[in-house]
Write a protein that binds this ligand. Structure first.
Ligand SMILES: [Zn+2]
Length: 339
């Protein structure tokens, strides 16, 4: 009896210290992903984010201190190579032994093709595209990113392989579909559990709780946005189709392409025509980009403008961030409608 008791307490204390020692060092790319991972880790640890909050991931390059933070990672959760080709290269170069998890390529992620043109074609709801997106789900995991083998030298010029390996032209703004966030909570828990089996149960419980909260949020937002499904709007850069698709909204066009490059004068003229021809009532500006372009486009029209922020620049980072970001997106749509 005594023996048994002391064995149990010995294993409990060992278990606790081993579990603490083995909580992986987690690095993420930016606040939305950091928030999802923070929810799964709970009290066990705090993931870091490489980019300063609110920074556009398009064409970012890491500062030396950020590269050092990456170097210490056991696991890197990041959005994906479509929007962050530079990060894929940095992980290979700086943290080759870390587990790299590009969430856009994870099982269960809904992906949508990149839209073309200043006025989007074929969005007249004729093809009931809200229920049949299973075809686009990723189901092969992220194994197709293991095929980079020649990164063992330190030649700076090897960084410029911008269009390598990713001819899958899908829209990289995958975090703006909250149901992708929902799927990723499960992916994150599974990856952390593989690295840290001692805490598997905690990761699973935290993920399940976070998923339930997110489901309730999605349901509430769907209800709020249903009355404005006919809103005619233009977005600043084509980042929102995941959110639109989830909640039955459809942009008439974007000032800038999904890669956030500056629009040409011809494209701006096309947008102005779209506003007139399709009775657009709302043009979204973004804190990350030049508001003057939106002013130019609005000149001489009756349309409203509201700021929408796909990166949550003013929100507090941490577990609550992701839900707040999705809520703020919904609020932006509602406020552009009612003004
Ligand atoms: Zn973007």
């Amino acid at each position: 009896m005594f023996l048994r008791t002391s064995l149990i307490s010995l294993s409990v204390s060992l278990g606790a210290s081993v579990a603490f020692a083995e909580v992986p060092r987690v690095v993420t790319d930016m606040a939305p992903i950091q928030s999802l991972v923070a929810q799964v880790m709970g009290e066990l640890g705090e993931p870091s984010a490489l980019m300063p909050q609110g920074t556009s991931p398009h064409g970012y390059s890491l500062r030396p201190s950020e590269a050092r933070a990456l170097q210490s990672a056991d696991v890197v959760f990041w959005t994906g190579p479509q929007i962050e080709p530079w990060l894929e290269e940095m992980i290979e170069k700086v943290a080759p032994d870390a587990v790299s998890v590009p969430l856009a390529l994870a099982e269960g992620t809904l992906i949508l093709e990149t839209r073309e043109g200043a006025h989007f074609e074929g969005h007249d709801h004729g093809e009931d595209d809200h229920d049949d997106h299973d075809d686009n789900h990723r189901d092969e995991g992220h194994d197709d990113h293991d095929d980079h083998d020649d990164h063992d030298d330190h030649d700076e010029h090897d960084d410029h392989e911008d269009d390598h390996a990713h001819d899958e032209a899908f829209d990289g703004h995958v975090w703006l579909d909250p149901m992708n966030g929902h799927a990723w909570l499960g992916v994150i828990a599974a990856e952390l559990s593989a690295l840290d089996p001692e805490n598997a149960e905690t990761y699973a419980q935290n993920a399940t709780a976070a998923q339930a909260e997110l489901e309730a949020r999605v349901e509430a937002i769907a209800e709020q946005l249903t009355p404005i499904s006919g809103l005619k709007f233009i977005v600043f850069h084509d980042a929102y189709q995941y959110f639109e698709n989830r909640f039955g909204l459809t942009a008439e066009g974007a000032l800038s392409l999904s890669d956030a490059t500056s629009p040409s004068p011809a494209r701006l003229r096309e947008i102005q025509e779209t506003i007139a021809d399709y009775d657009v009532t709302c043009v979204f500006a973004e804190p990350q980009f030049n508001a003057g372009i939106v002013e130019t486009v609005l000149d001489g029209t009756e349309a409203n403008t509201t700021v929408i922020d796909p990166l949550g620049v003013g929100l507090e980072a941490g577990p609550g961030f992701y839900g707040a970001l999705i809520d703020d997106m919904a609020k932006a749509f509602l406020s552009c409608q009612s003004e």
